[in-house]
Design a protein around this ligand. Structure first.
Ligand code: ARG
Length: 575
């Protein structure tokens, strides 16, 4: 497809300007005011080289390049040369490009030959997969898809929280109060109940804490009895997590969690020691980060057991050696900012200059609309909202809405899954990720707002127009060779412009680790499509006009489906 900026740059290029076509391209702007054209070239930078007023330069250039193919008008306003795109030429190009590329439209190869790791979800074993986890899971999955779509070779890692002193507690509690049968019935809720009971009992019997610590030390030393119980908890928990991942359509390439690094930690501790970074403090070992205003990073406890940050250092070093990544992305809540700053600093002090390629992508908190702050939810007291319950509720509520709407010919049981779960995912990805947000059913499931159901409904509407055209005898599979002169209206042009920008929006969303950039653009496309649908008579009797408009409908449907796919959301044909 024509790169319009390039077209302009090539037309403007002239040796006397002292700028390459590439440099000219970078200066070209998109005016905020449409009356100033679709693109504008400011001439201020040329004034020095040419020793002339920028207004005069702009005028010379405008006179010289007027008549360039693809533009109906080239105007000079002050120091700017403004370009007005030939709408028919433009729409023809965009629609052809989308319809010939189909599912590939939007993809690029800017990342070719580069390896990216996206680490996301990473729940803690034997603890509930609660609504707070959904953000990491859903944002991480979208980032994986965005990086994949821009040509990177991506590895998805679930850094399971499957290690640490809490397993000592869990094992002690299970041995004292647990039973095999109880556990098999509802593993995570049962393990959570044991964990809760442990903390209640420990208030009265603080010696339980020592027992738990000793048990974890035995686990770390590989004592078979403890290892076996730990494995059982891990397997049962993973089976439950996988149920949620299946509902969300999410997969991982590796489940190497914290425990994976247990045998890699001694080498890290030795290295820290050798480099003179470890300080003994009351039996524990720390790296002093006070000079950087980051407190201290505790590397080993006084009983010799390792910590979260130790495992993260080992994980980074391992990944660097094993994957030789261009970037390693950690999608983890902003509550862990200090942890990640400390961890990066320790890596830097160790001389790992590649730590700059490790990127913490933080996100804000979710809270419930009734004021129930999710962060306040304490697993110790067992007060949690399970993600699986949220997803099931979304599906159920969607089915209710669809039944009320009396949607015809729709398999409500099937479609309500796609729409209900899609609605939750879309909501997660529609705000700037760093913002805290309040979860509210009314907002999530609104079919008319800036929501998943609205965008999916737009896709179903486009599908329905194409079905109708087909029923009336138009071959919607062969819509090339249309007359783009029928796509010059404001609403058709606005829609075509949004479709054109999709590949660069995808690149930008990946570069900024911000799926909401794509979510917002997708909402704009859905709105522009609906405006076109309302403004224009699509299935007219004029064969040529009908064909051109259907080609745009088909391109819109394809782009909406592709973008929903990149967000991890389905695109129903009917709803
Ligand atoms: N398991 C941790 C939690 O649920 C998140 C792990 C984040 N990743 C990391 N490499 N530290 O809080």
């Amino acid at each position: 497809m024509t790169d319009f900026k390039e077209l302009i740059a090539e037309a403007i290029y002239d040796e006397s300007l002292g700028l390459s076509a590439e440099e000219i391209k970078e200066i070209i702007e998109i005016p905020a005011d449409e009356a100033m054209g679709d693109y504008a070239f400011p001439c201020f930078r040329l004034a020095k080289t040419l020793r002339k007023a920028p207004q005069m330069i702009a005028q010379d250039i405008a006179d010289r390049v007027r008549g360039t193919e693809g533009f109906t008008e080239v105007e000079n306003v002050n120091a700017y040369v403004n370009f007005f795109i030939d709408r028919a030429y433009f729409a023809g190009q965009v629609v052809d490009e989308v319809n010939s590329k189909g599912a590939e439209y939007g993809r690029s190869d800017v990342g070719q030959g580069r390896k990216v790791i996206v680490e996301y979800s990473s729940p803690n074993i034997a603890k509930p997969f609660h609504i707070g986890h959904i953000r990491s899971t859903v944002i991480g999955n979208a980032l994986y898809k965005l990086y994949d779509a821009t040509g990177y070779d991506v590895t998805r890692i679930n850094h399971l929280g499957d290690y640490g002193t809490q397993f000592g507690k869990m094992i002690v509690a299970y041995r004292k109060w647990g039973s095999e049968e109880e556990l098999a019935k509802d593993p995570i809720k049962t393990l959570l109940a044991y964990y809760t009971k442990f903390h209640e009992e420990a208030k009265e019997h603080p010696e339980l804490e020592d027992e738990a610590r000793e048990t974890f030390v035995r686990l770390e030393a590989g004592e078979p009895e403890e290892v076996e119980l730990w494995k059982k908890f891990r397997e049962l928990s993973l089976a439950e997590f996988n149920r949620v991942y299946d509902m969300l359509g999410i997969e991982f390439d590796s489940y190497a969690g914290e425990s994976f690094y247990s045998d890699k930690m001694p080498a890290i501790i030795d290295e820290l020691e050798d480099k003179g970074l470890l300080i003994e403090s009351q039996g524990a070992h720390i790296v002093d980060l006070e000079p950087y205003d980051m407190g201290a990073a505790m590397i080993t406890k006084s009983d010799g057991s390792s910590l979260y940050v130790t495992r993260d250092i080992a994980a980074a070093v391992y990944r660097r050696e094993h994957y030789d990544f261009y970037k390693c992305i950690y999608v983890v809540a902003s509550q862990q900012n200090l942890h990640f700053r400390q961890w990066k600093k320790v890596l830097e002090l160790m001389g790992c200059e590649w730590e700059k390629d490790c990127i913490h992508v933080p996100f804000g908190l979710v809270s419930l609309s009734d004021g129930d702050d999710i962060k306040m939810m304490s697993t110790r007291e067992g007060r949690v909202v399970f993600l699986e319950d949220v997803l099931n509720t979304a599906v159920q509520k969607t089915a209710d809405i669809m039944r009320e709407k009396e949607t015809q010919g729709v398999d409500i049981a099937e479609v309500s899954k796609e729409v209900g779960i899609g609605a939750v995912i879309f909501q997660e990805l529609s705000n700037n990720r760093i913002k805290d947000y309040v979860f509210s059913w009314d907002k999530v499931l609104n079919f008319d707002g800036e929501t998943g159901p609205y965008v999916q409904y737009t896709h179903a509407r486009a599908s329905s127009v194409l079905r109708k055209a087909e029923a009336e005898g138009t071959d919607v599979n062969h819509l090339n060779d249309f007359d783009p002169g029928y796509l010059e209206s404001d609403s058709a042009y606005a829609l075509a412009k949004l479709l054109y920008r999709v590949p660069e929006v995808i690149i930008e969303a990946a570069d900024k680790y911000e799926p909401s950039i794509l979510t917002r653009h997708l909402t704009d496309i859905a709105q522009a499509f609906n405006k076109f649908y309302h403004d224009e008579h699509i299935l007219t009797d004029n064969e040529d006009e009908r064909k051109a408009k259907l080609a745009l409908v088909k391109a819109s449907k394809t782009v909406i489906a592709n973008c929903l796919g990149l967000l991890g959301i389905g695109a129903p044909e009917r709803m």
